[in-house]
Design a protein around this ligand. Structure first.
Ligand code: MN3
Length: 207
């Protein structure tokens, strides 16, 4: 096992303007996301046989199987790597609007309406104390749920299938929004790639 790789973004660094500024997207991907990856790959070098043939999602789903002396580091760095893979793919310059099909139906069933789901997800993201994420997940009963989680903790480690996250670490928004986290969270819905979230939802249902 030689290590994991940094996925390139499915859009240009300036493509999410004006919702998320070019410099923020570029630094977030080439510095922050890459730093999690590099530190994860340092752990792979220490325990190549443990990581051999496993996706990071598989590992984070069973944190108790991670060798004890690197467990917290894998949760932090591997979580950071996986969470950013998901975050960047959840955004698109052609995003926004609302989901369709089965995901839209299930959102109505679970939350009453799409707007109510947005409100709850926004509250989770804005209300996450310190760094972390607001999440739309599928729980073990295959129901949609909104959660928040600190730092780089992956919902996979607490029994959820992640569908969508909103990164509320300051590095995700500070250059443009400074301390105005609610403004960033409100704006990001204009670039959410609901087709991708719907695809992830269908996959998670079949797991
Ligand atoms: Mn981030």
């Amino acid at each position: 096992m030689t290590g994991y790789t940094l996925p390139s973004l499915p859009y240009a660094y300036n493509a999410l303007e004006p919702i998320i500024d070019t410099q923020t997207v570029e630094i977030h991907h080439t510095k922050h996301h890459k730093a999690y990856l590099d530190k994860l790959n340092d752990l792979v070098k220490r325990y190549p046989s443990f990581f051999e043939g496993k996706s990071i999602e598989e590992i984070l789903s069973q944190p108790e199987t991670i060798p004890a002396d690197i467990r917290q580091d894998v949760i932090n760095q591997g979580g950071g790597y996986a969470n950013h893979n998901l975050y960047f793919c959840s955004l698109s310059p052609n995003g926004g609007g609302a989901p369709h099909g089965k995901l839209a139906e299930e959102i109505n069933k679970a939350f009453g309406s799409f707007d109510r789901m947005k409100q709850l997800l926004s509250e989770a993201a804005v209300g996450q104390f310190g760094s972390g994420y607001g999440w739309l997940v599928l729980n073990d009963k295959k129901e949609l749920q909104i959660i928040k989680a600190p730092n780089q903790e992956s919902p996979l480690s607490t029994g959820y299938q992640p569908l969508l996250n909103i990164d509320v670490w300051e590095h995700a928004y500070y250059l443009k929004y400074q301390n105005r986290r609610p403004e960033y969270v409100s704006a990001i819905f204009d670039v959410i790639n609901w087709d991708e979230v719907e695809h992830r939802y269908e996959e998670a249902l079949n797991k």
